[in-house]
Design a protein around this ligand. Structure first.
Ligand code: NAD
Length: 477
């Protein structure tokens, strides 16, 4: 099987980007777009320097340095896998306490973008307020010791301070994490941290540094034995860190890069003032779709997402809920046919090569339901329409948290708040409304008589009839 390699001279590349958080997603997404660009002979002054601020990142550094920073990326096309070695990263900075090498690299004028994938949980957001949390211990530690910070944001603040002192214009900070308004969230973390130690610098950052919002998309599984076996089938058994991903990818970014940017529009990146619309479409239809098919699969002991999609009732549930209760409230998106987008999502979920698990989709419902499901419920109710399918989704989540599948198998804890959720879910079997009384998740929806009655009806049905019969009843309605 052939492996595609860079068609450009990597020794001639020069760095323009420092990327913090060298996980699988970055290597399957941004690094691939840049590899495509370099293959076109464009943007050779925008190579990536990898970086990490956490001790485990040193392992990834060793692995990648051991193979000249090349990443193996295998695209899981059901029609045939393809494999490439991605060459857009040319070095990986030392991973060290205090982050001196990272700060020094980000201070160099040639670095014009600092990008991040440090996971959704990496932005120090207070769950209760949804705002940046200046009292988080790691943030307080960086505020007390700004010259040797431990967080990515501390390192960014230190580098911006040094650039400002040296008269070097600031870099653009480009977040590639899956967060609504990810540029705003990143600005809040960087400026919020700077404010604690140097309010004047914080004001300067707020005024002069760009934090474009972006929507990113590509399903990229974690690497395990299955992925290593695949790499071996392409003759790359020596690569300890191959990446696999679905063929689809999308990246929509606000075009706000005062220090310049690579011409990524040449390789399929969309620059748009309407990132929010794309993001809402993705969160409601894709992430919401995952949340719709997660719990029926979990309750019926289905292991893989593609198996759930092949289950007639789950597939029909997804179709009916999306078309009746989700898609009607997704605003128009530039140059996008929303029903066609949904068809694409269905095909992506059904891809057996990705081998995404139902358990992964069921994870962390307490964080995901309020982002991916509840907003659609609110829009439907505000339009005077019922949200019976979404009430069923909530009831299935509740039933799942009670801790047993329909076959009686125990469900292992699958949420940071599992114990609390399980207690409430068990109580809800007798008193359904206690579940909706979780106001940080449902807001005032417990007070909506129609939604609360639908939820109670479905929860009772799941307990007495089981998931399959309940799905049949919903689909017949
Ligand atoms: P991963 O586990 O492979 O990598 C995560 C990286 O983030 C690692 O380098 C880790 O050290 C770093 N990190 C984690 N917590 C951090 C923190 N608090 N501070 C600094 N660094 C931290 O995960 P991944 O698949 O690369 O996904 C990373 C993020 O990419 C996701 O959380 C999501 O926001 C985004 N994303 C992922 C996918 C996907 O399918 N994997 C799709 C779209 C977007």
């Amino acid at each position: 099987m052939t492996v595609e390699t860079p068609r450009y001279d990597r020794s001639k590349l020069t760095p323009g980007i420092v990327h913090i958080g060298l996980g699988n997603f970055h290597r399957a997404h941004m690094a691939v777009y840049l590899d495509d660009l370099f293959n076109l002979g464009l943007g050779h002054d925008w190579a990536i320097l990898g970086a990490g601020v956490r001790a485990p990142d040193a392992k990834m550094r060793d692995a990648l340095k051991g193979q000249d920073c090349l990443s193996t990326v295998i695209e899981l096309d059901p029609a045939g896998k393809t494999c490439r070695r991605v060459g857009s990263m040319i070095d990986f900075l030392p991973v060290e306490a205090g982050n001196a090498s990272l700060i020094a690299a980000m201070t160099q004028p040639e670095i014009r973008i600092v990008s991040l994938t440090v996971t959704e949980g990496g932005y120090f957001i207070n769950a209760a307020t949804g705002q940046f949390d200046p009292a988080a211990p790691e943030i307080m530690a960086d505020a007390a010791n700004p010259d040797a910070p431990g967080t990515a944001f501390g390192a960014i603040v230190a580098a911006l301070k040094a650039r400002r002192a040296a008269g070097v214009p600031p870099f653009t900070v480009m977040c590639c994490d899956n967060l609504p308004g990810n540029g705003h969230v990143t600005r809040a973390a960087v400026v919020g941290l700077a404010r604690l130690s140097d309010p004047e610098l914080a004001g300067w950052i707020d005024t002069h540094v760009a934090f474009p919002n972006a929507m990113v998309d590509r399903i990229t599984p974690a690497t395990g034995p299955r992925e290593r076996t695949m790499a071996a089938s392409f003759g790359l058994a020596d690569d300890p860190v191959p990446v696999t991903c679905e063929p689809f990818r999308q990246w929509v970014v606000e075009d706000h890069f005062p220090a310049g940017r690579p011409p990524l529009e040449q390789v399929g990146v969309t620059f748009s003032d309407h990132v929010h619309a794309y993001e809402m479409m993705k969160i409601r239809i894709l992430n919401g779709g995952h949340a719709i098919i997660a719990y029926p699969g979990g309750l019926m002991d289905i292991e893989y997402v593609h198996e759930a999609m092949a289950h007639r009732l789950i597939s029909a549930l997804l179709d009916k809920v999306e078309r009746e209760e989700v898609i009607p409230y997704v605003p128009l998106v530039p140059d996008t046919d929303i029903p066609a987008y949904f068809d694409l999502i269905r095909a992506r979920f059904a891809n057996p090569e990705v081998a995404d698990t139902e358990r992964r989709l069921c994870l962390d419902g307490s964080n995901r339901q309020p982002k991916f499901i509840i907003p659609s419920v609110r829009d439907a109710l505000a339009a005077g329409r019922p949200a019976r399918g979404l009430a069923l989704v909530s009831a299935m989540w509740c039933r799942y948290c009670a801790g047993r599948t329909d076959s009686g198998a125990e469900i292992a804890p699958n949420d940071p708040n599992w114990d609390v959720l399980q207690g409430l879910a068990r109580q809800a079997q007798e008193q359904p409304y206690v579940w909706l009384e979780q106001r940080t998740i449902y807001g005032d929806l417990a007070d909506h008589a129609g939604f609360a009655a639908d939820f109670a009806h479905w929860l009772r049905s799941l307990a007495t009839q089981g998931t399959e019969a309940t799905l049949r009843a919903y689909l017949a309605s």
